[in-house]
Every structure is written in structure tokens, then in C-alpha cells.
Write a protein that binds this ligand. Sequence first.
Ligand code: SF4
Length: 350
Amino acid sequence: MHFQTLFPFYFSSSMFEDIFDCKYKFFKKYCQKLIPVNAKNPHLIAGGNIATALERTRKAYYNNGLDADSAIEEGFTYLLTEAEDSKDDLKTTERVAFAFKRYFKSFPLEEELKPCELIDGTHAVEYQFELDLGIPHPDYPHRNLIFTGKLDFLGERKDAHNRLKRFVLDEKSTKNVKRKTGTKEVDFDREKEEYLTRGQFIGYHWAAHMLGVKTESTLIRRIPLTKEPEPPYELEVECSDFMIQCWEGSIYGEILELVERYKAYKQYEHKENNDRRCFNPVYNMACDRFASPCTYKVACLIPEGDEVLAMTCKQLIAYPENRIGQELTLSDYINQIERSLNEQHTTENS
Ligand code: SF4
């Protein structure tokens, strides 16, 4: 069994979780683009629903000029009428919808942070960014790799000393709130600890700085989806220039290494086991992250694993490469790229 490959054109913060987890997982997911057929993760569905509802509300309020109540109603109605049910008892669309309403009671839109202005004069609300990493793509070296992502909201407000402070804002729903021992009180210190070195947020600060906004902290608004309804709460986590520089060095180093590994793989593409030699499986806790088995485990257990994956997965282009929201196979995507290259070549030579 031999799968076609294409190195990713786009890198995003969430990809780095897989990259740091296991290089082989990166290869299967982002180079061979093996996506499980009919895979559903209730936590991702519920998290995605909240993100979409917040996006609709903020766009309605900031971009379309709706008043706060009508804007919140847009997100609420989306959750109750359009959003896919996660089939998780604590994360049903109704529970998520009422948690969404509670969120705006604690953090009213009118008292929200003011959105920051970016270098191009637009405002940082649901802003999709693409930043050229200056690293040539190993399959198509005339194109550079891109770091992409969506900044939900960059906001500013004055601190206790009347100094204007800029923030990356992110909402995270949770079923598991950390409590102080023997009480029902939220343990804010332990909650914050979890996010101090979270690369996803450092990556957003890096992007914000590249876009001309000097952010200093992340505001993480936790939305509890616990048995007993409870209000959301806010954690402020500092992000220093030192952390951003270290993160930048780390992701550049990782990407350059992946490019070299991929080139080594392509040199002996059809040699048996060459994929495992160039992108080593880790065989550790990453194989069962979040108590669910890694999609590619079978390929790490038996030599014929790829035959099994060919039946359970499809080679599909997913976000962030595919933004059209329609199914796009790897072979169709490569054909598109080749066609546009040929057209470009013909135009240049005519
Ligand atoms: S099962 Fe483990 S070793 Fe294999 S790809 Fe997944 S994370 Fe890597």
C-alpha cells in the first residue's frame, strides 16, 4: 500500500500539538492527509459550536451594528436551530446555548474590551491571518510556507494604573473545573498554571505582534459545562517578549526539521518502512491523548497497518489548506496545483 503525499502549505497553532506529540502522526495526518471517515469528537463539536455562536454574535455587534441583545440572540438561535448536537450529556446544544447566554451576563458586549486596530486599519475581530514564514515548500519550492490562524478577538482596556493594555481573548468551554481542595471554589492558580506555556496562545501573540498590535496577556474565559450551571470566569495569563521569541525559534526549528525529514522521505519514497524511519513513531502517552486512541495506531502496531487505514480513512485536504468547506481529495488538490502551474508556465512562455 502506498499513499500519495504532499507537505502542508499552511501551519497553524493547533498543528503544533500534533507535531510535538509525534512526527509520525504529523506525517500521516498532514502529509498523507489521512482523515478518518465519519469521525466525530463530541468535545470538538461542542467547542466548535460555542466558537461559531460567539463569532456570529461578535460579527453582528461589531461589524453589522446590531444592538447587544439582537447580536446575542443571533448566536443563541444558531445554537438551538443549526448547531450539530455533540451527543454528550453535559454538552448538548441546549446546555451550551444557556451557558452562552450566561457568558454575556458575566461579560456584557457593551462592556467588552475595545477591539484593537491592526496595521492595515482593520479591527481584530475574527481576523484570519496568513504570515509568510520565508521557508520554501519542499514539493513546490517557488511557494513559501505560511503560518495561519484566526484571532477571535484582540482587545484593549485600561488597567488599574490607567495604562492601556492589549489582550488576546479566547474562550474555552470545560466540564472539568479545578477546585480548591475540599471546596467548590474555583482554584484560579491551578487553572492559570495550565495555560502559562500554552503554545496556541503564544502563537497568537506572535501573530498579533507581526500585525502591529503589541499584546501583553491572554484573557482566557472559561465557560463551565458542569452538572450544576455556574458562571464563566476569566483568567489573565501574561505573555512576555521572551516567551514569544523562544516560541518563534522553536516553531522555525521544528518546521525546518520537518522539511528535511520530508525531503529524506521523498528520496526513497517506495522503500519499505522509509516513512517510519524519516518520521519516527513515539510510542508514548501521545498514542492515547485525551483517553482516545490515535487514529494511526494500527500503522504503529502491524506492518500492514496502511492497508487498514486505507479502509478507515480518506486522503482529504482539511482546514487550514481547504477553506471551501467542500470535500477535496488529495489527488484532486495536486491536480489543481499542477494545472495552475502549467497555465502559469504557458502564460510566461507565450
Ligand atoms: S499511535 Fe502513537 S506512535 Fe503511532 S502515530 Fe499515533 S502517536 Fe505516533
